[in-house]
Write a protein that binds this ligand. Structure first.
Ligand code: NAD
Length: 328
């Protein structure tokens, strides 16, 4: 079975491609190695996928290219059975500076893939969406019926992309699923995120920096749980045409998370507070009933377990990963 993973040099796509290859599938990765963060991490993601394929009956091919290139996308989709679309211009704060790029990559790029998937009649199109589609909470936890009023260009672009995916399911009978991820973390995570920054600073004897008063809450979701949810969609069609929350069941305040990490690494450190950014969500919290019902989703990792695993990985990979976090 051939699986096209877009954004497969990135954090989540890298883990997905690695798992597919380890399970003996033929994986093709399409990624333009966008310099949003250091390419060294992306190379590690590609290396992990190649290594997984070497140790299994699977294969792994990396294609450097852009989801905005409709011709290339059509060629690659023609050979695929499944498409897992993870490529995106990520990041809430940078989207405020350059909204048009978010539209071009996240919306037009997704449309290129959807057109090709419809024309080639693939088995399923699974796309990465985001908790950012919800915007300011009218109630928590967000279930999928919660109004979608994104407060950043990034959130708006992810919402437009998933709406297209749902519409293609309805109009063209294409099997599509949008997984709304809630702050994913784990080995090889993007360097410019709270957990990687907290861990790095604590390892260097520096206090973790919290933006705002630290009472913001998040569902930090461990990467392995996110990958498990995606894997289910190779054989489960109950979520076709739907958007599904993929979060943790362990909502936590940022200052509690920072304290937890500080206590595991260097309990003598203080916490430092700086000004909060307007585009950052105040609270995100996922109701995962739909994921549980349709995908049998049952995340294995509490925040404490996931953070402990990440810290172990960080210590083993500190030589190459830490400099990349610190320069981000
Ligand atoms: P990432 O930046 O690590 O990965 C995205 C990958 O897409 C990168 O390797 C990048 O080079 C590639 N890419 C960007 N523009 C491209 C283009 N035009 N053509 C081809 N490839 C392109 O981000 P991630 O954290 O792995 O996120 C993966 C997906 O999950 C994204 O769609 C993101 O919006 C979504 N998501 C992530 C999180 C999270 O917490 N990490 C939360 C919600 C949603």
């Amino acid at each position: 079975m051939q699986i096209l993973v877009t954004g497969g040099a990135g954090f989540i796509g890298g883990h997905l491609a690695q798992r597919f290859a380890a399970d003996g599938h033929d994986v093709v990765v399409l990624d333009n190695r966008d310099p949003f963060y250091d390419l060294g991490i992306k190379q590690h993601n590609v290396d992990a996928g190649q290594e997984a394929a070497r140790n299994s009956d699977g294969s792994y091919e990396f294609i450097e290219g852009d989801v905005r290139d409709a011709e290339l996308v059509t060629d690659l989709v023609a050979d695929a059975d499944y498409v897992y679309h993870q490529a995106a211009q990520a990041g809430v704060r940078p989207s405020v500076k350059n909204p048009r790029k978010y539209d071009e990559v996240n919306v037009d790029g997704t449309l290129n893939l959807l057109d090709a998937c419809r024309d080639e009649g693939i088995e399923r199109f699974v796309m990465a969406s985001s908790s950012s589609v919800y915007g300011k909470p009218q109630y928590l936890p967000y279930d999928e019926q919660h109004p979608t009023t994104p407060v950043s260009p990034y959130g708006a672009s992810k919402l437009a992309a998933e709406r297209y995916a749902c519409a293609y399911s309805e109009v063209y009978d294409l099997s599509t699923v949008a997984l709304r991820y809630f702050t994913v973390y784990g080995p090889r995570m993007r360097p410019n995120m709270a957990i990687s920054n907290f861990v790095s600073r604590c390892h260097n004897g520096e206090p973790p920096v919290i933006y705002g008063d630290g009472t913001q809450t998040r569902d930090f979701t461990y990467i392995e749980d996110v990958i498990d949810a995606n894997m289910t969609l190779l054989h489960e069609d109950a979520a076709d045409g739907k958007a599904v929350n993929i979060g943790s069941t362990d909502n936590i305040e940022i200052k509690t998370l920072a304290t937890e990490i500080r206590d595991q690494i260097d309990p003598d450190l203080d916490l430092v507070y700086e000004e909060r950014h307007d585009a950052d969500a105040e609270h995100t919290h996922a109701a995962t009933d739909r994921a549980e019902e349709l995908l049998g989703y049952d995340p294995d990792h509490t925040i404490r377990e996931g953070v402990a695993k990440f810290i172990d990985w960080y210590r083993d990979n500190r030589d190459w990963y830490e400099p990349l976090v610190r320069q981000s």
